[in-house]
Design a protein around this ligand. Structure first.
Ligand SMILES: [Fe+2]
Ligand SMILES: [Fe+2]
Length: 309
């Protein structure tokens, strides 16, 4: 265990945490430390721990296959790469409460469903480039699928809101990071598990400008998932942004974030190398900081309205 990680586990929940079936799990205001989490985990009496293959759950396999053939992912995932990604995904199993969240998102918030599948696919391929021992990272890469698990606690009217968010909406939305951490720690019976950590840290940044705890992101696999998370979010049409970023403009935004010290430069280099037609090795992939793309005009992301209610 990273000796620093204990220090970071001390926070207060601003909003309640719910389970997938909408039972109150922890109330707002609850203070959590490593010890309090251990006590909470000890109350999990589920001994079955039966896991099921992720790719065989519901329509996951067909959905991934179809989504990887949509632009711009079709350019990254040529047939050999699709095969590699799917073969790696075959090794992943989840416990039923985690798989059931996929069904929940598919029905209620298709963006999050699609997003989790794509973040997993692209982070798997990038981890293959950047991390050496595949035995170590395959299990870690699966965290890409559940990084937004905490969105089960966020009201659907906020997740699907097509107007600008209010400050309160924004802070409720940001609650998904700690909420996901708490529920996954409980379900996986380990608050030090990588999946729980990714749920907590995927919105943190290298320069400490992220949320929820404003720590400085340093773990390579978490950084890979953080970069893929931003990339896929930009490429997706959202309720507040009917037109998505095109691939080039999305990559330019991400390069700018890396240049500003928010994201890891080599992770971004790897991402860009997958989009280049000549497929350079990521270390030889030169990043241009010139901005030529045009962000979509109707984009309400990051615009906060003062009016509440
Ligand atoms: Fe997130
Ligand atoms: Fe995400």
């Amino acid at each position: 265990m990273n000796p620093m990680s204990k220090k970071f586990i001390s926070f207060k929940l601003d909003y309640p945490v719910y389970t997938l079936d909408k039972r109150l799990f922890l109330p707002a205001g609850k203070e959590l430390t490593s010890e309090a989490l251990d006590e909470l985990i000890a109350t999990n009496m589920d001994t079955s721990y039966q896991t099921l293959p992720f790719l065989e759950y519901g329509t996951v396999y067909d959905d991934i296959l179809r989504l990887l053939q949509d632009p711009p992912y079709h350019a990254i995932f040529d047939e050999p790469k699709r095969k590699i990604a799917l073969n790696l995904m075959k090794k992943i199993n989840f416990i039923p409460p985690i798989l059931e969240s996929l069904e929940y998102f598919k029905e209620n918030d298709f963006y999050t469903y699609r997003h989790t599948l794509m973040v997993f696919a692209i982070s798997t391929i990038m981890a293959r480039d950047l991390l050496e021992k595949s035995e170590d990272w395959i299990m870690e890469a699966m965290a890409g699928t559940i990084h937004d698990y905490g969105k089960i606690c966020i009201p659907l009217q906020i997740l699907n809101k097509s107007d600008s968010l209010t400050r309160t909406d924004r802070s409720i939305l940001e609650h998904h990071a700690l909420a996901g951490f708490v529920v996954l720690s409980y379900l996986l019976k380990d608050h030090r598990s990588f999946a729980a950590r990714v749920a907590k840290e995927h919105h943190e940044r290298r320069d400490g400008s992220g949320y929820p705890l404003a720590i400085s992101l340093r773990d390579k696999m978490v950084e890979i998932i953080a970069v893929c998370d931003v990339y896929d979010a930009l490429l997706s049409p959202r309720p507040y942004r009917p037109i998505a970023y095109d691939n080039r403009t999305a990559l330019e935004e991400i390069i700018e974030m890396a240049q500003g010290g928010k994201l890891s430069w080599d992770v971004v280099q790897t991402l860009v190398s997958h989009s280049r037609k000549d497929r350079p090795h990521f270390r030889e992939c030169k990043l241009s900081t010139e901005k030529r793309g045009k962000p979509p005009a109707e984009n309400l992301y990051g615009i906060i309205v003062e009016k509440e209610g």
